[in-house]
Ligand binder design. Structure first.
Ligand SMILES: NC(=O)c1ccc[n+]([C@@H]2O[C@H](COP(=O)([O-])OP(=O)(O)OC[C@H]3O[C@@H](n4cnc5c(N)ncnc54)[C@H](O)[C@@H]3O)[C@@H](O)[C@H]2O)c1
Length: 328
């Protein structure tokens, strides 16, 4: 598979490169072009990935099978549209769009062209998340009474560009919030299908009040069939927050960290239990392995364009709806 990498900043350098180097070594991919509005960034990444060429994005999409898009969110849709229209597979960094309309448009285009479009929510491969989802889906936690999810710390991510303080889609809601909210929706099984899950925003406090915001405390209700689940989200770039998702059910409380973990913790009557998945030894062993799995999942989807993946873009329409409404 010959791929392009568009956007050669921090996410590409810290996450995509280590995984892509392995795929280059195994001969699974070749890199046709590394592209960035900053040609020096493109050249630096191009050299590491042995790209055939590097430079600023152009209209030449000949001899390429797919693209990894790791630019700031506001440019995702325009780049994805070009590749999808040309029938090329796309792996988009999170959040994959800046509005619900944009997200629906890309999903529609992908379906019409029958090309796989996946989104890089690699946390879905945390063994703790997979097991928590399975446990809840089996009804083992009983009716879900409420969820409290928090993640925050002073901003330390070495972004190359200033979109996190400049762009309306660069705030904490689209950034950390997309990871946290996705993990919650995924674990609850409320990530899809769009239309079945309805979200109400009950209370929203943001600092500053306009985007990009850097702190957000939101109370929402997720209605999914006969389930109505009150959820509190706290996300911050200004202060440390616990980094945990607490799911309170009739039969116990499930805790999972927002970072990589092998298993969630179940609390029942003051006792704690570690819920280990029976196939946990076949699952990614750390966060980087989850990232590698994201790339493998994309390559697999490219081979089988009609297959459905946990990372298929349509599985993030509920998330995009929520993010858009929190950021409105
Ligand atoms: N999966 C994760 O855990 C994770 C972690 C960090 C960032 N991200 C996501 O990755 C994306 C990029 O974040 P980052 O931290 O690498 O940002 P960054 O600013 O470090 O890098 C973005 C790069 O894109 C380039 N760029 C900007 N507009 C462009 C355009 N129209 N065409 C081509 N290149 C363009 C910039 O010059 C820069 O080099 C964001 O969507 C972010 O949310 C994901």
């Amino acid at each position: 598979m010959r791929i392009d990498v568009v956007g050669c900043g921090a996410a590409t350098q810290m996450f995509h490169i280590p995984s892509l180097v392995r795929l280059l070594d195994t001969g699974s991919i070749r890199v046709r072009a590394c592209l960035d509005v900053d040609p020096a960034a493109a050249a630096a990444v191009g050299e590491v990935l042995h790209a055939e060429r590097s430079g600023v994005p152009d209209d030449d999409l000949a001899d390429v099978d797919g693209v990894i898009v790791a630019t700031p969110p506001e440019s995702h849709a325009a780049i994805a549209r070009r590749y999808i229209a040309a029938g090329k597979a796309v792996l988009l960094e999170k959040p994959f769009a800046t509005s619900s309309n944009e997200a629906h448009e890309l999903v529609g285009l992908a379906a019409a062209r029958r090309v796989p479009v996946l989104v890089g929510h690699f946390r879905r491969f945390y063994p703790s998340a997979i097991e928590a989802r399975r446990f809840i889906a089996a009804g083992a936690l009983g009716r879900i009474l409420r969820v409290d999810a928090a993640e925050g710390g002073r901003w330390e991510w070495p972004s190359k560009s200033d979109y996190v303080v400049r762009s309306p889609s660069g705030g904490v809601i689209f950034d950390t919030g997309s990871h946290l909210a996705d993990l919650v929706l995924y674990v609850l099984g409320c990530d899809a299908p769009y239309g079945k899950v309805v979200i109400e925003i009950d209370e929203l406090v943001k600092t500053p009040t306009s985007e990009p915001s850097h702190q957000c405390d939101a109370r929402i209700t997720v209605a999914d069939g006969d389930r109505r689940i009150p959820i509190r989200f706290r996300i911050s770039r200004l202060e440390p927050l616990p980094g945990v998702i607490k799911i309170v059910g009739e039969r116990g409380t499930l805790l999972l960290p927002t970072s990589y973990a092998r298993a969630p913790q179940l609390w029942v009557g003051g006792e704690s239990f570690t819920l280990t998945n029976p196939v946990a030894d076949k699952m990614p062993v750390d966060a980087m392995s989850c990232f590698v799995k994201e790339h493998l999942e994309w390559l697999e989807a490219c081979e089988h364009p009609d297959s459905d993946s946990p990372l298929s873009a349509h599985r993030f329409l509920v998330l995009q709806d929520l993010l858009g409404r929190l950021a409105a």
